[in-house]
Write a protein that binds this ligand. Structure first.
Ligand SMILES: Cc1cc2nc3c(=O)[nH]c(=O)nc-3n(C[C@H](O)[C@H](O)[C@H](O)COP(=O)(O)OP(=O)(O)OC[C@H]3O[C@@H](n4cnc5c(N)ncnc54)[C@H](O)[C@@H]3O)c2cc1C
Length: 403
């Protein structure tokens, strides 16, 4: 029986990045990465903090060639309601960054990760599933597809929403559902996007265009489930016209590419993100609608925290309460991101006038008050960064007044 410091179950983006980060920090890691049943057609927008993490892992240079910078993010009210919010634009230069983040196809990062794991001396990658997991007082035992048994001092569940690791640890979840489906697709356009991402707020949810390299963009369009299904069944030309009309031809003529997908919107949060010898990262711990590019950014912050907790202190053993420490460390961030995505989505769906007034007023304040916009932008690229910058901003103001 092979034994490891850490077993990472799951070969999605969260699992492979976790395995690589922990192997790089000196732990002996088993990474289980069964082949995906179908190609991941999604794109992911990663914010500045996440990009810097990929840079530290030596992954970014290869992915950058397939990524588009997000330098301006604008929100336009596309509702026909009585109270409409003013347009708001956030420019990365306002907070001293070339870009808030970058958008790329998941399919361009996955092979880079697999190759990096295969080169990593501390990592053993096996393209098989864990068939059973036993969490024992002194170790974790995994039975792998093919009959092999492996043991580890700690297990990371990165095995997605129906996590077997979570079940083996006896961790319960809270599930919720929205009356919406996200239509997810990529498209070509005749005009350049100039690295601008545009989010139209509509009565059925956000319609978000995010730049890809060249004259291409990805789109997440939140609709009523029956509308999303009807759009998916449209001939490609008709769907292209519909997308162009919704965007008010902002990017000229639109040509939708193959691989249109529909994702029913739902949320899930584990009641604990870790305990004892177990931690849950990515969608094994938290799932929310693909609104505001949050999911993988949050998962990378899970991994950064785990690296801190599990990195060897002069070769020491992993503490038996490492999972509980991880749980305490991640609670506030995961809960607050989940709540903000939920609030944004529900505020769009609500026909209740006071809710519409609050949304319009919030966006109006964002458009009119540069310091508030700066705070929101810094929080967006790295949670805590905006709040940390407040004392510095006050100090700077006082110094300027004195001089
Ligand atoms: C439409 C859409 C758009 C999104 N856009 C963004 C975005 O712009 N920005 C952002 O930050 N996030 C985004 N997200 C979220 C992001 O894609 C996910 O958070 C991210 O991919 C992490 O997923 P994961 O690795 O946790 O789970 P998954 O991708 O589900 O991977 C789980 C893996 O575990 C494996 N597995 C399952 N059971 C076992 C087992 N028993 N043994 C071994 N392996 C197992 C599976 O085969 C799979 O490979 C989006 C999500 C959606 C749905």
């Amino acid at each position: 029986m092979d034994s490891f410091d850490i077993a990472v179950v799951g070969g999605g983006l969260a699992g492979q990045i976790a395995a690589l980060a922990l192997a790089r920090s000196g732990r002996k890691v088993l990474s289980l990465t069964p082949p995906a049943p179908k190609q991941d057609q999604r794109t992911t927008a990663l914010m500045d903090q996440s990009i810097r993490f990929l840079e530290r892992l030596g992954l970014w240079a290869e992915v950058r060639a397939h990524a588009a910078a997000l330098s301006t993010m604008q929100i336009l009210d596309g509702t026909s309601r009585l109270l409409r919010a003013p347009p708001v634009a956030f420019r990365s230069q306002e907070v001293g960054l070339d870009a808030f983040g970058y958008n790329f196809a998941n399919a361009s990062l996955l092979p880079v990760l697999e190759a990096a794991l295969d080169r990593e001396p501390n990592a053993t990658r096996k393209p098989v599933v864990a068939e059973s997991i036993s969490i024992l007082p002194e170790r974790v035992e995994l039975r792998l597809e093919g009959g092999e048994i492996a043991s580890a001092a700690f297990v990371i569940g990165a095995d997605g929403r129906r996590s077997m690791v979570r079940e083996a640890a006896g961790i319960d979840v809270r599930n919720w559902f929205y009356p919406q489906t996200a239509l997810v697709l990529n498209f070509r356009h005749s005009l350049p996007h100039r690295n601008v991402s545009t989010e139209f707020h509509t009565e059925t949810g956000p319609f978000t265009q995010v730049p890809l390299p060249g004259n291409r963009s990805s789109l997440v369009w939140v609709l009523k489930p029956e509308e999303a299904e009807a759009c998916r069944e449209l001939p490609r030309d008709a769907l292209s016209h519909k997308v162009e009309a919704r965007m008010q031809s902002l990017l000229g003529a639109v040509e939708v590419e193959d691989g249109v997908q529909a994702w029913p919107l739902s949320g899930m949060m584990a009641k604990q993100f870790g305990k004892g010898r177990v931690a849950l990262v990515g969608e094994a711990g938290h799932v929310f609608p693909p609104i505001g590019a949050q999911g993988l950014n949050l998962s990378l912050r899970d991994i950064i925290a785990l690296q801190d907790i599990l990195a060897p202190v002069s070769g020491g053993d992993i503490a038996v309460d490492a999972g509980d420490r991880f749980d305490r460390r991640r609670r506030v961030d995961v809960a607050s991101r989940t709540a903000s995505v939920d609030l944004l989505n529900r505020s769009l769906l609500s026909d209740f006038l006071p809710v519409q007034m609050m949304r319009a007023a919030g966006l109006h304040m964002l458009s009119a008050l540069p310091p508030l916009r700066g705070l929101v932008m810094r929080e967006g690229v790295e949670p805590g960064r905006g709040l940390r910058s407040i004392p510095e901003a006050i100090k700077e103001k006082l110094t300027r007044r004195r001089s």
